[in-house]
Design a protein. Structure first.
Length: 138
């Protein structure tokens, strides 16, 4: 992270797949419907991304072990990238953190990308605090 709410567009594990330039990566990580009016929760920096990774894929997630994508149980049912309302650290958790509230920019729904690569629009109240969507080990 360049700053809280500001993603580095230079380094990232999936960046080679997102495009060769920082501009291409920025277009993928920022939802076109996100007008950036809401800053990251508790911070004033202008954020540059809308989507956050599942916390279980982070090396900074104690006490949970970091997971490889090939180890995700039922990937078609598990959210890997979450459209957050006010993303702050590029990771989300399903444990009800106010900093990880799902977005509702699309007629009350947010874009979610699942472990098998498909996307779906889901009501944030449906997925909020529901480990069935987020826990990659279930």
């Amino acid at each position: 992270m360049a700053a809280v709410g500001v993603a580095s567009l230079e380094y990232g594990l999936l960046y080679p797949a997102l495009g060769g330039t920082e501009e291409a990566r920025a277009r993928v990580l920022l939802c076109p419907a996100d007008d950036l009016r809401e800053p990251s929760l508790g911070y004033t920096a202008k954020r540059n991304f809308s989507y956050s990774y599942n916390y279980q894929t982070s090396a900074q997630n104690p006490p949970l072990p970091t997971m490889r994508l090939s180890d995700v149980v039922h990937p078609a049912l598990r959210i890997l990238l979450c459209d957050e309302r006010r993303p702050n650290d590029a990771y989300f958790t399903w444990r009800g953190s106010p900093a990880d509230e799902g977005a509702d920019r699309h007629l009350g729904n947010g874009n979610q990308m699942f472990g098998d690569g498909h996307t779906d629009l889901l009501d944030p109240s449906t997925i909020w605090n529901n480990a069935d969507y987020y826990d990659l080990t279930l």
